[in-house]
Design a protein around this ligand. Structure first.
Ligand code: UD1
Ligand code: MG
Length: 425
């Protein structure tokens, strides 16, 4: 598989390389790569140029373990899609078989479409993905003979008036037979309006020799490239819809999909209710029968065990909430471990950052943290211990099991008296 990611992305006006723009917790290029990963390509080559070291480092970091073999090639000054694939094929000199081509700025392509495109090739030298978008401006048009057979692709800038009226466009995704692709690439010439080496010319050469099957994408959104920040927000909405549908399919109750932001890589158990205006980042794991929101923010590394509840205006980062533990209002929990059934009162803050380092807070099972408590980390609150409203638990405090601490700075007042636990009949 080859992923083309050498584009400049001038139109985003961002200092970040375009393919590293974020989309639901992944960069654009990693979204494109992740769609192909389930097809288990033996070799994966990413073509880079602009800010190549930065892109390579980011892709390597995010794709760890995803591909059997991941290589990067530097295209140098980009001279067209044909030039990019020539560079990639140098890294694949000893490779035979299917070569899928994807774009690092087309994050919405799906595994199903790529699989279909690969299977469609059969014995043909290549298969081509097409689409019929609402507006084909700027895209290559699909040319067919009188019998409807695919004969080639004409770039928008090279089209005649008649050709511009063609509504079927080239999506830019192909599956080639590596051994057929090599000689076709070798013969490319920059005889076109942009003076580039067009990969599409190689496709036409192959289609002349032997019929090349085409596949029309069911949803043209799948193949839309991100060129501007407006494109990025549109793509984000589409991707978000897909992620939420997956959770709904798994039995997660998403009350208001329009205001719920859930990144890739979040696990949520059935019967959990996600209330409106909630943001959940990559790497959160939420059990069954939990409740999150409204207006909650769960960040990377947060784990909610079954039945835990996070309410309005609560932010949790790298925090584990034990089964049935609750933090229902106006709270920040960072680098904290909260035991089962503990209750975190309104306005509680774990002060985890001393300006240089982050520190951990441990709150035991069944503990009761009074409203407005500030627990300066590192500190420990024992099982079934209690802090009074407004307690400032200073750095390094160790509150023993069932101890009651109150005041500023918080000090032990007494042992907590708990109602007798119900005897089992
Ligand atoms: C290309 C197709 C066009 C198709 C369109 C779909 C060619 C000649 N044309 O258009 O038929 O409708 O895609 O989006 O192939 N890239 C490189 N190196 C380069 C040039 C491009 O890596 O030298 C990458 C870009 O970063 C991008 C992708 O290839 O991810 C496509 O390039 P882009 O310039 O957007 O496509 P077009 O050439 O306009
Ligand atoms: Mg171009």
């Amino acid at each position: 598989m080859i992923c083309l990611a050498a584009g400049l992305g001038k139109r985003t006006k961002a200092s970040l390389p375009k393919v590293l723009l974020p989309l639901c917790g992944r960069t654009l290029v990693v979204s494109a790569l992740a769609a192909a990963a389930p097809l288990q390509p033996q070799r994966t080559v990413v073509v880079l140029s602009h800010q190549k070291d930065k892109v390579q480092a980011a892709v390597q970091e995010s794709c760890r373990g995803l591909f059997a073999r991941l290589d990067f090639v530097d295209q140098g000054a980009p001279k067209g899609t044909g030039h990019a694939v020539q560079a990639a094929m140098q890294a694949l000199a000893d490779f035979h078989g299917d070569v899928l081509i994807t774009y690092g700025d087309c994050p919405l392509i799906t595994t199903a479409t790529l699989r279909e495109l690969r299977e469609l090739r059969g014995d043909a030298p290549c298969s081509v993905l097409t689409a019929v978008p609402e507006d084909p401006t700027g895209l290559g048009r699909i040319l067919r003979d009188d019998d409807g057979r695919f004969t080639g692709i004409r770039e928008h800038k090279d089209c005649s008036e008649e050709e511009l009226a063609i509504d079927e466009i080239n999506a830019g995704f192909y599956c080639f037979d590596a051994d057929a692709l090599r000689p076709a690439l070798a013969n490319l010439k920059p005889n076109n309006a942009q003076g580039e080496l067009y990969l599409t010319d190689a496709v036409a050469t192959l289609a002349k020799k032997r019929e090349a099957p085409t596949l029309e994408a069911e949803d043209p959104a799948e193949i839309t490239g991100v060129n501007t920040l407006a494109d990025l927000t549109a793509a984000r909405a589409r991707m978000q819809e897909r992620i939420l549908l997956e959770h709904l399919d798994n039995g997660v109750i998403v009350v208001d999909p329009t205001t719920t932001w859930i990144d890739h890589g979040v696990t949520i158990g059935a019967d959990t209710r996600i209330l409106p205006a909630t943001v959940i980042g990559t790497g959160c794991v939420i059990g069954r029968n939990c409740e999150v929101g409204p207006f909650a923010h769960l960040r990377a590394g947060t784990v909610l065990e079954d039945g835990a509840e996070i309410g309005n205006f609560v932010e949790a980062k790298k925090t584990r909430m034990g089964a049935g533990a609750k933090a229902k209002h106006l709270t920040y929990l960072g680098d904290a471990t909260v035991g089962a059934r503990a209750n975190i009162g309104a306005g509680t803050i774990t002060a985890n950052y001393d300006g240089v380092h982050k520190h951990e807070t441990k709150i035991g099972a069944g503990a009761f943290i009074g409203s407005g408590s500030v627990i300066v980390a590192p500190s420990t609150v024992g099982d079934e211990a209690l802090t009074g409203a407004g307690a400032i638990v200073t750095r390094g405090s160790v509150i023993g099991p069932r101890e009651v601490w109150v005041g500023v700075p918080a000090r032990k007042l007494k042992q907590r008296e708990l109602p007798p636990t119900k005897e089992k009949a």
